[in-house]
Design a protein around this ligand. Structure first.
Ligand SMILES: Nc1ncnc2c1ncn2[C@@H]1O[C@H](COP(=O)(O)OP(=O)(O)OP(=O)(O)O)[C@@H](O)[C@H]1O
Ligand SMILES: [Mg+2]
Length: 236
């Protein structure tokens, strides 16, 4: 690992643990982004969002899953030397890595379905790199913070995206105005970590929940729709 590289990321202070730092250096060495361009985006429930630029001057978005909560860190310090608990950390990390891989693969499916969603670029352990959605100055706002000017048209585009994904045999699984960005009055679906396929026993439940959430959200924007209408459209 390049010493210089690590130094540059040090400006992020305590944000990254050494493992994440090493992965960031590796991703930037692979050309995913330029180290000096990394900037802080949002802090999510389990992941932190960062923005950066690549050599071509294109913006990218990095979703960095936190490996350990502060509490877990302290617990781990106490438990790591206990021979009965070797492997606890390892197992926990494996789940996180699988989660990142699933999100990446789901974004590939979204791209294949020609959905309006970030393009997957790369993943490594706890980090997912995807295309950036937004303008020169600011990332696109969440739909919940930027209600559509034309709710009917925005709604139509949203359910067309849901249908495209359904036709590939998938559903988003966590769809709502929190995971839709309003990018220049067009929906961009994000946060595909929950998306799953129709052979999953939970598929129908997730599909119905997606349809219900979208119906409720757009009802608030004045669109006369229902969960049933949405499901009918998706399945037609
Ligand atoms: N590709 C992107 N371009 C611009 N902004 C993004 C992009 N991906 C995510 N964001 C911003 O970061 C926020 C959090 O992202 P996301 O919804 O994927 O994570 P999360 O809700 O923290 O994830 P999880 O539910 O898995 O904990 C989004 O609401 C959005 O504002
Ligand atoms: Mg989200």
């Amino acid at each position: 690992m390049g010493k210089i590289g690590k130094e540059k990321f040090k400006t992020f202070g305590d944000v990254f643990d050494n493992f994440t730092l090493a992965n960031l250096v590796s991703l930037s060495q692979k050309g995913c982004f330029l180290e000096g361009t990394l900037s802080t985006g949002k802090i999510g429930k389990e992941a932190n969002i960062f923005f950066a630029e690549n050599e071509q001057g294109e913006r990218v978005c990095l979703k960095v899953y936190r490996l350990e909560t502060a509490n877990f860190n302290r617990m781990y310090e106490y438990i790591r030397s206990d021979p009965r608990f070797i492997g606890v950390l390892h197992r926990r990390r494996k789940v996180i890595f699988a989660w990142v891989q699933r999100e990446f693969r789901n974004l590939l499916i979204a791209a294949d379905a020609k959905m309006s969603a970030p393009k997957p670029i790369k993943f490594l352990s706890n980090i997912l790199v995807m295309s950036y959605i937004g303008g020169k100055d600011e990332p696109a706002p969440m739909l919940k913070d930027a209600p559509p000017k034309n709710p009917e048209a925005f709604f139509q585009k949203t359910i067309e995206n849901m249908k495209a994904l359904f036709q590939k045999g998938y559903t988003h699984g966590d769809l709502s105005r929190f995971n839709i960005l309003n990018h220049r009055e067009r929906p961009v679906l994000i946060d595909f970590s929950h998306a799953t396929m129709n052979t999953n026993p939970l598929f129908n439940e997730l599909l119905e929940r997606d349809a219900k959430n979208i119906a409720l959200d757009f009802w608030q924007y004045g669109v006369k729709t229902s969960k049933e209408d949405i499901l009918k459209f998706i399945k037609s």
